[in-house]
Write a protein that binds this ligand. Structure first.
Ligand code: GDP
Length: 410
């Protein structure tokens, strides 16, 4: 695969939520379902992932690392941990800097809560495209429509529901996919279930038709192709709708909304499909801003062939091994054995070991390419927020100052 094509399959995302909305559960389920399809180097089944999670929970260790890489349908999804608690707003901002997209998790009962607003505004500030997942659809008082209304009223968003829930509260069984015109039933309440796809039952037809018209109407506002067909009453193909949703999402015009119950393992697979379908790849971010050695603004192209530069967004002192510096490589590639320059500290660093962190294992890699995220082991001088670039080069990527200690514990 060419470097450019490979980059198209990368998603750097964060998961954000009001406390208790289900961020941890949603993340766990994502790791579970992607773990099942994990095939890089080693094949293992989902149980291994869950066993590992239980062990980690017993030991009281946070499940997600600063960045966890998982695979879904030929795509590599890097989930960057964004601390959710309101006290950690500064931390949230730091990790936001390296995200390309966000899943915002809402509680179907509480809807838009104060912290959902806080994180939403932060994502606005960094112009990060997002998807919304209305979680806890199984709970008493869950109300998908009210949640959509709250997104409009409180967040000023244009929610674009891509699904219609089937069944209410404890009878919530699945969703109707408004784009592909089919019903998805998540019937079993055990992990590892498959999604059962069936035709839309007759008694849902009317509601489906109305909801689909609303979807096309909203998309027509952002996409001329859809607009023409909609006005001429011609059928719009699934691919045309996908493209229009992606375009509107990337332009921050609309927020696709899906729903489910992470706890009951309902709705996670369609959410992962939406991540790869609508959220941006690093290719969608063609340049990165920084300053040169004279303090003048520069813009660097982000291709794999460009000169290397990357931003260290989190240092973690690992409980088992060494200090890890999580880096987003923006341009070029970072290779084991090479020396790099830290223009902030004015020091050289040697890259002796690079890691990718998966849900339940570390993988040593020789290289981290533009657009991707990984961890450098054993840097001596680098702190959070520092830029690394090639020796002889000088660029400082937009740096943010933070008061907290440099070394955190995972
Ligand atoms: P976080 O604070 O956003 O990370 O939320 P958690 O994932 O820890 O979830 C908070 C609580 O809500 C836990 O007790 C979960 O078991 C529960 N929970 C999460 N998702 C769901 C859901 O879809 N349905 C129900 N009924 N409970 C859920």
């Amino acid at each position: 695969m060419s470097a450019q094509k490979e980059l198209l399959t990368v998603r750097n995302i964060g998961i954000m939520a009001h406390i208790d909305a289900g961020k941890t559960t949603t993340t766990e389920r994502i790791l579970y379902y992607t773990g099942r399809s994990y095939k890089m180097g080693e094949v293992h089944d989902g149980n291994a992932v869950m066993d590992w999670m239980e062990q980690e929970q017993e030991r009281g260790i946070t499940i997600t690392a600063a960045a966890t890489t998982c695979l879904w349908k030929e795509h590599k999804i890097n989930i960057i941990d964004t601390p959710g608690h309101v006290d950690f707003t500064v931390e949230v901002e730091r990790s936001l800097r390296v995200l390309d997209g966000v899943i915002a998790v809402f509680c179907a009962v509480g809807g838009v809560e104060p912290q959902s607003e806080t994180v939403w505004r932060q994502a606005d500030k960094y112009a990060i495209p997002r998807l919304a997942f209305v979680n806890k659809m199984d709970r008493v008082g869950a109300n998908f429509d009210r949640c959509l209304q709250m997104m409009t009223k409180r967040l000023g968003a244009i929610p674009l529901p891509l699904q219609m829930p089937v069944g209410k509260e404890s009878d919530f069984t699945g969703v109707i996919d408004l784009i592909e015109e089919k019903m998805l039933t998540f019937s079993e309440q055990t992990l590892g279930q498959e999604v059962v796809e069936t035709a839309i039952p007759d008694h849902y037809r009317e509601a489906f038709t109305a909801a689909r018209m609303t979807l096309l109407e909203k998309l027509a506002d952002f996409d001329e192709g859809v607009m023409e067909k909609y006005l001429d009453d011609k059928p719009v193909s699934v691919d045309e709708i996908y493209r229009a949703v992606r375009k509107a999402t990337l332009a921050l015009h609309v927020v696709p909304v899906l729903c489910g119950s992470a706890f009951k393992n309902k709705g996670i697979q369609p959410l992962l499909d939406a991540v790869v379908r609508y959220l941006p790849s690093p290719v969608d971010i063609p340049t990165v801003d920084g300053i040169d050695r004279n303090g003048d603004p520069v813009q660097r192209d982000t291709g794999v062939q460009e000169k290397f530069c990357g931003l260290v967004f989190k240092l973690v002192s690992d409980l088992f091994v060494e200090n890890l510096a999580f880096i987003r490589v923006y341009a070029g590639s970072l290779k084991v054995g090479e020396k790099v320059f830290n223009p902030v500290q004015k020091k050289q660093e040697k890259i002796s070991k690079l890691l990718k962190l998966h849900a339940n294992k570390r993988e040593e890699v020789k290289e981290i390419k533009a657009g991707d995220i990984g961890a450098i082991v054993g840097l001596r001088f680098t702190t959070t927020g520092d830029t690394l670039c090639g020796t002889g080069d000088f660029v400082i990527l937009e740096r943010m100052e933070f008061p907290e200690p440099v070394i955190g514990v995972a």
